[in-house]
Design a protein around this ligand. Structure first.
Ligand SMILES: O=C(O)Cc1cc(O)ccc1O
Ligand SMILES: [Fe+2]
Length: 450
């Protein structure tokens, strides 16, 4: 696919060739240019690039990774990244934490948080990441950070890239325009975006203040799960993933470049926008996906299947079948199973489960307390399951086909135990009484009634 897309600057001055549009497919080799002929034909590194551009390769995998996991793109840009460089100094990471970060010792218990309020103070994306848990070790390229973002101002002449991991954005309130080196991605609640490790961005608000979740993936890049006997279709279909067409800025202004590297945040003064990629090709690029396009597959006769059937994206580890992270959603679907307790069963899991809610009601927690913007954490081998309201209803209701509608919950599930940050442990949003919800499940046992 070769998308040519040249558009006039929207502010008529310094920000040039602003084009929005997407190319469809997951992990394709894409090619796109914002100026005709900017992309070299038949080679990556011509002696001289068109328009006086510099060629730069961005490698998301080792050079020698097998074909299925080999990821790299070629960027044709006004200046190479090294020319956007200056002396970096460490700045405050505020509430953004990186594994390993054992800040507090939490008692082992199910944990839940009410939505963290969006403050009135100005917070850019870089300033507004509030880490809730960390897992694994970013330096060993395994595990994740699970964060809530609270954004009240757009980044202006400020840019950021994350060397520690790729970032999966799950908006819950407000929409975002992610200006990336590769082009522009707009997302709103119900959609997600993935920004690969090392990709420069500027985050703008497009509809008031924003709140959402971020999974910072230190490990293997998110990919589509195997479908096994499900076959070639359903779940997240590759054609519904959208990667932006090239769009660049030729913008000189005193600016700040932020880099998250080794768990620290670094900042440097630069004189121009690094979002200056006029053309690119390759398979290492940001993308978005509308979660409402997910085609769930589930039990159509009896029983409740494992939640792995709702995996949208998975970050594999070296151990087969043992994900570094699974990103799983619980979205609109019909429940039809006969003689079945339909909500999630009571369980304990070697994987640890960070959950969030974008909208609606989650069917395991109908008794209130788990609301949009909220969080629950069911850590490694800690017991959990439906609250008493969900249990009572689901075990007595007449089992007609029933549609769960207007609901979108999700889970970042990782093989590693999750460490709660000091911020999350001390937050007023932490629900002190949640750990006791199991006590409301009373004894129904009667040896005389089989
Ligand atoms: O705990 C949860 O609510 C998430 C979940 C859902 C489900 O359907 C099965 C297992 C599971 O961990
Ligand atoms: Fe669970």
């Amino acid at each position: 696919m070769n998308v040519r897309n040249t558009a006039a600057a929207q502010d008529g001055t310094t920000r040039s060739a602003i084009a929005t549009g997407y190319m469809s497919g997951f992990g394709n080799g894409f090619e796109t240019e914002a100026l005709p002929g900017a992309l070299p034909l038949g080679r990556n590194s011509p002696q001289q690039c068109a328009y006086g551009l510099y060629a730069e390769q961005l490698s998301g995998s080792p050079f020698t990774a097998p074909r299925t996991t080999n990821e790299r793109s070629w960027l044709y840009r006004i200046r190479p990244t090294v020319a956007h460089w200056n002396t970096f100094r460490k700045v405050d990471t505020r509430l953004w934490r990186t594994a390993p970060a054992r800040e507090v010792d939490m008692p082992i218990a199910p944990l839940r948080w009410s939505p963290i309020p969006i403050p009135s103070e100005p917070l850019s994306f870089v300033e507004g990441v509030h880490s809730i848990t960390t897992a694994g070790d970013a330096g060993s390229q395994g595990g994740m950070g699970a964060h809530v973002y609270l954004i009240t101002r757009s980044m202006v002449d400020e840019y950021f890239y994350n060397a520690d991991g790729e970032m999966l954005f799950v908006p819950e309130q407000g929409s975002l325009r992610l200006w990336t080196e590769f082009g522009i991605i707009d997302i709103e609640p119900g959609e997600i975006a993935v920004i690969p490790r090392g990709v420069k961005i500027r985050v703008e608000l497009t509809n008031g203040p924003a709140r959402g979740y971020i999974c910072e993936n230190y490990g293997g890049a998110f990919t589509l799960p195997e479908r096994g006997p499900i076959g070639a279709n359903c779940l997240a279909n590759p054609r519904d993933f959208l990667t932006p067409v090239a769009a660049y800025e030729d913008h000189d202004a005193p600016s700040k470049m932020y880099v998250k590297w080794g768990g620290n945040l670094w900042a440097a003064d630069i004189a121009h926008s690094p979002l200056d990629v006029v053309a690119w090709h390759g398979n290492y690029a940001p993308y978005k996906y509308d979660l409402r396009r997910f085609s769930p597959v589930g039990p159509i006769l009896y029983d409740h299947a494992d939640p792995s059937i709702f995996t949208v994206l998975t970050s594999p580890s070296e151990t087969p079948g043992t994900a570094n992270i699974d990103f799983v959603i619980f979205s609109d679907r019909w429940l039809v199973a006969e003689n079945t307790f339909r909500p999630p069963w009571y369980h304990m899991n070697v994987m640890s489960e960070f959950m969030g809610l974008v909208y609606g009601v989650y069917d395991a927690k109908t008794g209130g307390g788990f609301v949009p913007g909220g969080i629950s954490l069911h850590n490694t081998m800690l017991p959990h399951g439906p609250d008493v309201a969900a249990f009572e209803k689901a075990s007595t209701v007449e089992l007609k086909p029933h549609k769960l509608e207007g609901t979108l919950a999700f889970m970042f599930e990782t093989r590693f135990p999750q460490q709660v940050t000091a911020f999350a442990a001390q937050s007023e949003a932490l629900q002190q009484d949640y750990g006791g919800y199991g006590h409301k499940l009373t004894k129904h046992f009667d040896p005389t009634k089989p």
